[in-house]
Design a protein around this ligand. Sequence first.
Ligand code: ARG
Length: 467
Amino acid sequence: MSQATNQSWGGRFSEPTDAFVARFTASVNFDQRLAPQDIQGSIAHATMLARVGVLTDDERDAIINGLNEIQGEIERGEFNWSVPLEDVHMNIEARLTEKIGITGKKLHTGRSRNDQVATDIRLFMRDEIDVIEVELKRLREGMIELADREAETIMPGFTHLQTAQPVTFGHHILAWQEMLARDHERLLDCRKRGNVMPLGAAALAGTTYPIDRHVTAELLGFDRPTENSLDAVSDRDFAIEFTSFASILLMHLSRMSEELVLWTSAQFNFIDLPDRFCTGSSIMPQKKNPDVPELVRGKTGRVYGHLISLLTLMKSQPLAYNKDNQEDKEPLFDAVDTVRDCLKAFADMVPAIEPKKASMYEAARRGFSTATDLADYLVRKGVAFRDAHEIVGQSVAYGLKSEKDLSEMSLDELKQFSDTIEQDVFEVLTLEGSVAARNHIGGTAPNQVRAAAQRAREALSALKAGA
Ligand code: ARG
């Protein structure tokens, strides 16, 4: 059966749209997610049109009441979405006209779907950013508290994934928190730059009606109207900025995930994750798999994909609106959903991390992690650093052969390598001495970690007060 010509724009057409083309060009199956924002935008537009005298107050009220009823129908799942009506915008407008008659057809005065959809997505992004920000704050808080609790817990720090120097577990967790603090700034920056109002740009050139774009901007909580109508209908930078934020965030979460996966392995044995964040194996009864961090690590790839999709979507696009832009929604929606879920998973999981302190401590003792401390000790006694490096290298070689850590050697054993070594060396060779000695801002000493946690807490609540 042939498709009816779309009534919203069918005037100049002499044959109906091909049935496949109608399906191919329709976006309603995914953009119906923008219905709340579409209705919110239409209510503001109608309110503004009445304020400038383009609609009567009665017409405005009929439109607003109709739109509110439609919102209810959608929420209750009673709304009948129609593919021939193409997209969320025309579905809602057609239903409005069905409900309130000719007045419904006046809503689109001084507007185009081009500025309408640009507005809808900006409103959507702003709403989603606010939800995402709640989860991000919750995760940061969880990390700060975990770090504070574990300010004295000693673990090996790594470079090249080889034991390097002892650090505190709290210090390591605060390193994660720093990554998220930067992501948080990027998110708020993206929200701010995206919070501008396209309505009034109409199709591309603006509109002949005496609209007041400042009124619409204020009604919708935007900071200001967009400056240029051509740019307003074509700009999708905000979606690219969001997926950039999302990609960097997921890159960070994937790094944390990787460490969690390593740490829960029998080989590292640094932490336990509660059973509720793990699953078993259908064949190997002993298995407890860290699925949540593994999945977050895996989901990072799809978010990078969405960033590349959007960048490529916009590459070389001439001004102004092009139908290509209909392809902006699915990547953005999926990026939003993925980020929100991954943050929620992490915010739930991080406070529940159970460090296996004895095992971390043992691991820190095993890899000659205080070798640099011994070198620094020799330098303080007047040995040149290069010579100290050589002396410690020989001590490590002896330790490898005799299977002894530096702190396990006797004074006589150590003295084989340098006469300068005295009884006081054992203060620096202990793990506690090693971390406590890194006692400056940004260092791993327990008191520094507690102070850093306190500063992070204050920075986070200052952000909350400002938001
Ligand atoms: N569904 C369209 C989109 O998502 C809405 C704008 C359509 N505008 C147009 N002139 N066909 O981009």
